[in-house]
Write a protein that binds this ligand. Structure first.
Ligand SMILES: Cc1cc2nc3c(=O)[nH]c(=O)nc-3n(C[C@H](O)[C@H](O)[C@H](O)COP(=O)(O)OP(=O)(O)OC[C@H]3O[C@@H](n4cnc5c(N)ncnc54)[C@H](O)[C@@H]3O)c2cc1C
Length: 306
């Protein structure tokens, strides 16, 4: 199988690595618009770039996917790049992230991005002791953090002051509209292109990796039947990720003051939190995920797809 992957972020890299394992002998190539794909600072990017290199996956840089067409029988897909070149394959994986344009053709309309109501500044600063004990930057060191942030005082300002403004990015946080399906013919969307979520549950990248695993598994389960494999992928992920986006949106509204009374109550509760509820919330995300997957598997079994 010849697989064209558009986008070399967490989703595109993980999917390519998973596919080399699930479909040995397949031709999997990534096309990435930037000319220098460097680890973004997150350890996971570095691991994935290393992993892709070890699997011998070819990453074509400076290749911005502009549009795609499919043959009438949906067995072939042709992607054209901004530079006018094109490639032909059996499967197109759209891993372009939240601003994806190619996904609009999969979905049949321009997918809406919805402002969540806040922005996020991010940057890297040297680790220094005036930001708090560097060995204790961990959410479970509750008392130290309370102490450090009391009255949003010196450490916060030290942190802000130590940032190089030219290296600080501000991201306006958006999620995307609820999609009914993630595929159309031989084209499939994954990661943020399929289900960009507010980052308040810390699940977007995790979900992109899960998408990769589910897609690779679906293709392995239905080796000569792409429509069945993509239907399988859809059944496992569409409802589940819609739920995730909804939960993250609710959490974002709670944390970022959509209704200040609710937000203040949430922070007051957090101030007396022993850590158990936080652990419970994390467990709910993981165990809830299991329940979602179990019910998707039941549907697939009932349809004879598993
Ligand atoms: C503030 C913030 C905090 C977050 N924290 C967490 C967290 O703690 N845990 C977590 O799991 N997730 C977190 N996330 C979410 C996570 O970063 C994303 O969900 C994840 O990066 C999505 O990966 P992706 O591969 O789908 O998209 P992206 O990472 O956006 O990658 C898309 C790639 O496609 C390329 N591309 C785009 N268009 C084209 C084109 N036309 N042709 C070729 N290439 C193209 C881009 O250059 C890019 O390399 C956070 C997000 C934000 C904003």
């Amino acid at each position: 199988m010849k697989v064209i992957v558009i986008g070399g972020g967490i989703g595109g890299l993980t999917t390519s690595i998973a596919l080399t394992q699930a479909l040995p002998g397949s031709d999997i190539q990534i096309y990435e618009r930037v000319t220098d794909l460097r680890p973004s600072g997150a350890a996971i990017s570095e691991l994935l770039l290393d992993g892709a290199a070890k699997q011998g996956i070819k990453i074509h840089l400076g290749k911005k996917g502009a549009e795609y067409t499919t043959s009438e029988d949906n067995k072939t897909v042709i992607v054209t790049f901004q530079d006018g070149e094109s490639v032909t394959g059996d499967l197109l994986i759209i891993a372009e992230g939240t601003h994806s344009k190619l996904r609009n053709k999969v979905i049949g309309h321009i997918v809406a991005r919805n402002y969540v109501g806040y922005g996020n500044y991010n940057g890297a600063v040297p680790v220094t002791s005036d930001l708090g004990d560097p060995t204790k930057w961990n959410q479970f060191y509750r008392d130290d953090l309370y102490q450090n942030f009391e009255g949003w005082a010196a450490p916060v300002w030290n942190l802000i002051k130590s940032m190089d403004p030219s290296k600080v990015a501000r991201v306006e946080i958006h999620d995307i509209e609820k999609l009914e399906t993630f595929f159309n013919g031989p084209a499939v969307v994954i990661g943020d292109a399929a289900h960009r979520t507010a980052p308040d549950l810390g699940q977007g990248g995790c979900q992109a990796m899960e998408d990769a695993w589910v897609l690779a598994n679906a293709l392995k389960t239905h080796p000569n039947d792409l429509p069945a494999a993509l239907k399988h992928y859809d059944a496992m992920l569409v409802k589940r990720t819609v739920k995730l986006v909804g939960r993250a949106r609710k959490r974002a509204e709670m944390i970022h003051g959509l209704d200040m009374t609710a937000t203040n109550a949430w922070y007051t509760e957090l101030a007396t939190e022993s850590g158990e509820n936080i652990m419970e919330g994390m467990a709910k995300t993981i165990l809830g995920a299991r329940t979602d997957l179990d019910s998707a598997v039941a549907v697939l079994k009932a349809e004879g797809l598993m």
